[in-house]
Design a protein around this ligand. Structure first.
Ligand code: AVJ
Length: 324
């Protein structure tokens, strides 16, 4: 991979100098919370890739089936533009879209954005081989860092992908400011392709986040291992248990790390000591489940008009193509 193929948006992120204010805030709050971006160190991203292949975890496979069926139609609507993806991970599903764009244009730009350097580098190398005529450039950083970068580096018309229902990690308030930030990176005529997980019965949802191989357990607990290496911490992951429940009133999966024994945890480089009570939980993630019509209205409130939506036969997952 050439050096120009990856831009590190925050040179501190890979180092321990990430200031970790969000960790201090979350662990000092009652109840305790941690931001889901800390799932994704390189090992966490590998675990997430495994989750995507689990029999119980339907979202990835369902979204891929929709993309498989409609990628050509999506590419035909937007035509060639700069393809940008927030939270690209391994870009596996995205290749269905890249294939479609390759058919209609001989040269396209693709900018995958992720917080995991390892998986981002590997996928850029792989994609450059697979799509030699594409200009592929990875951006290593958080959504916020990437959106700020994109706002000030507008080159050509854009199609922003936000797939996999990553949007589900945001509270309604965070979602609102995220859409505002997205809107600032797009010009009139630009597109947003949003993949959202839809509301469905509790048993299906809870199975998807409590898989029988316990990969999701490992994924959740790995957040503490990540904090240990990043902030010189001494979390003992054996003192916590994974728990995922569907909160039907809020239409969201809530993932917790449930403390099994009262103890202190020290995060040296954050100068933080935290006491955990037995039975206390850390909320590590919400994964909201959406209603397609409500989501379209919300986008319209942000001046993004729906051009078309697609779902699978069971109505489990939705794709919305909107235009500014
Ligand atoms: C990547 C946020 C969409 O919420 O389903 C998978 C993360 N957490 N299993 C999701 C996740 C537990 C995933 N998102």
């Amino acid at each position: 991979m050439s050096l120009q193929s990856l831009t590190v948006l925050d040179h501190h992120y890979q180092e321990l100098r990430n200031d970790g204010q969000d960790v201090i805030q979350g662990l000092s709050a009652t109840p305790k919370t941690l931001p889901p971006k800390y799932f994704y160190d390189d090992y966490g991203s590998q675990l997430f890739e495994k989750i995507c292949e689990l029999p119980e975890y339907y979202p990835t496979r369902t979204e891929a089936s929709i993309l498989k069926q409609y990628a050509d139609e999506i590419a035909a609507i937007t035509g060639c533009c700069e393809l940008i993806e927030l939270g690209s991970g391994s870009s596996t599903k995205t290749q269905l879209l890249l294939d479609a764009y390759q058919k209609i244009a001989d040269c396209c730009t693709y900018l995958p954005i992720d917080v995991s350097g390892g998986i981002l580098k590997d996928s850029v190398v792989h994609l450059q081989k697979k799509y030699p005529d594409f200009s592929i450039h990875g951006l290593l950083g958080t959504y916020e860092q990437a959106l700020v970068h994109l706002e000030t580096n507008y080159l050509q018309s854009r199609m922003l992908f936000f797939l996999g229902s990553s949007l589900g990690n945001f509270t309604p308030a965070e979602c609102d400011s995220f859409f505002n930030q997205v809107a600032r990176t797009l010009q009139p005529g630009d597109y947003l392709l949003l993949g959202v997980d839809l509301q469905k019965p509790k048993d299906i949802l809870e199975a998807a986040y409590n898989d029988s191989q316990q990969i999701t357990d490992a994924f959740n607990l790995n957040m503490l291992s990540h904090l240990n290496w990043r902030f010189h911490g001494d979390f003992d992951i054996n003192l916590f248990r994974h728990q995922a429940i569907y909160n039907e009133a809020e239409h969201q999966i809530e993932m917790y790390l449930h403390c099994q024994k009262s103890h202190w945890v020290n995060l040296k480089s954050l100068d933080l000591e935290v006491f955990f009570e037995v039975g206390e939980r850390i909320l590590t993630e919400i994964s909201r489940k959406f209603n397609l019509v409500t989501m379209q209205k919300q986008l319209e409130g942000k001046n993004m008009k729906t051009l078309k939506t697609w779902t699978d036969d069971q109505g489990w997952f939705g794709l919305i193509l909107s235009q500014v």
